[in-house]
Design a protein around this ligand. Structure first.
Ligand code: DAH
Length: 339
């Protein structure tokens, strides 16, 4: 009898099932009244008295074992079934994909960081401006082409209301309110009445810089911009300044940086010149200081302005400015790691 119990236990231990219905069959086969374990209780009456205690204990143990084993098989199936139907509340939820910062914001913040390290503060001004802040105070002569409807968005009813064409207008607002020393940058959105193409857009972004104090020189301008170029494009960067003209600076220059893509060797981004034009700059014209009630005999200053789209395109080799405004996630996703 004990051997029979032992054999049955081994048999139950080994059973495996492939469908939930099989578990019910096993229950009937082993632990129902007429099942294999159940029958042992019938046979128990024939066990000799001196073995009754031991055999009785073994049969009870076997029954417990069989019940546990069959419950365990049943539980396994139930857990698996829940997974398949997707209702297991203990499963982790579907991940919510995080967005990422727009490449223009990434670059803007990087530029802000660089100038903040040099002690520049940040100021902003209105996008809807007037003639004085965008043109007159900045020494634009009355017949300057930028004042033309072709280039600037005006409000028809009132030509003194316009969308700023550059962030240089914020220079004027800050100088009107503050006496030197002034050391600040002005990031913002600007508008120009231009046809949209791969190279130009009617809405884009600029960062303007201004430093006014006693004894500010062209050497200060050069060193500040060299520091910026090396921080932004890499420590091997070189800069060169070419004479230029802007109404609000005298002398004026345009700054090129050695091409960061080919290291100055020549490639299609720098059009095989080894140089990339990145900003306009110069010494603040005394007329501009005077327009803002700053004593041009006592103070001098430098200013610079750069396009954020342009710098971003050069840094990342982006060929079409329109990508920035389409917000196609396949484009934006590429800048996730720059965040
Ligand atoms: N405002 C100029 C533009 O939009 C950029 C510029 C050039 C800004 C020279 C300056 C500067 O401050 O000194 O094209």
């Amino acid at each position: 009898m004990l051997d029979k119990i032992k054999a049955l236990k081994e048999e139950i231990e080994k059973i495996s099932v492939s469908a939930k219905e099989d578990v019910e069959e096993l229950r009937i086969k082993y632990i129902s009244k007429k099942g294999l374990v159940g029958q042992l209780f019938n046979e128990f009456k024939d066990v000799p008295a001196d073995l009754k205690k031991e055999v009785g204990q073994a049969i009870n143990d076997l029954k417990d074992f069989a019940v546990n084993r069959i419950n365990e098989l049943k539980d396994n199936f139930e857990a698996a079934g829940q997974e398949q139907s997707g209702t297991d509340l203990t499963m982790p939820g579907d991940p919510i994909r995080l967005g990422s910062r727009h490449p223009l914001s990434v670059v803007k913040n990087e530029i802000i960081d660089i100038f903040t390290r040099l002690g520049f503060t940040i100021a902003e001004g209105p996008e809807i401006e007037d003639d004085w802040h965008v043109f007159s105070a900045l020494n634009f002569p009355p017949e300057h082409p930028a004042r033309d409807m072709q280039d600037t968005f005006f409000i028809e009813k009132n030509p003194d209301v316009l969308l700023r064409t550059h962030t240089s207008s914020v220079q004027v607002r800050v100088m009107e309110k503050t006496q030197p020393p002034i050391r600040a940058i002005f990031p913002g959105r600007v508008f120009r009445n231009e046809a949209i193409s791969a190279r130009s857009h009617c809405i884009f972004h600029q960062i303007e810089g201004l430093y006014v104090d006693e004894n500010v020189s062209f050497a200060d301008l050069k060193q500040t911009l060299l520091y910026f170029a090396r921080e932004f494009f890499g420590e091997k960067s070189q800069i060169r300044l070419r004479p230029s003209y802007f109404p609000f600076t005298e002398p004026s220059a345009e700054m090129d940086v050695s091409c960061s893509i080919c290291g100055g060797e020549g490639c299609n981004v720098c059009k095989y010149t080894g140089w990339l034009e990145i900003l306009g700059c110069g010494m603040v014209d005394p007329n501009v200081l005077e327009s803002c009630n700053i004593d041009s005999k006592k103070y001098t200053g430098f200013a610079f302005g750069m396009g954020i789209e342009r710098i971003t395109m050069l840094k990342y080799g982006i060929k079409d400015i329109r990508h920035f405004f389409e917000n196609d996630v396949r484009f934006l996703k590429q800048f996730e790691s720059a965040n």
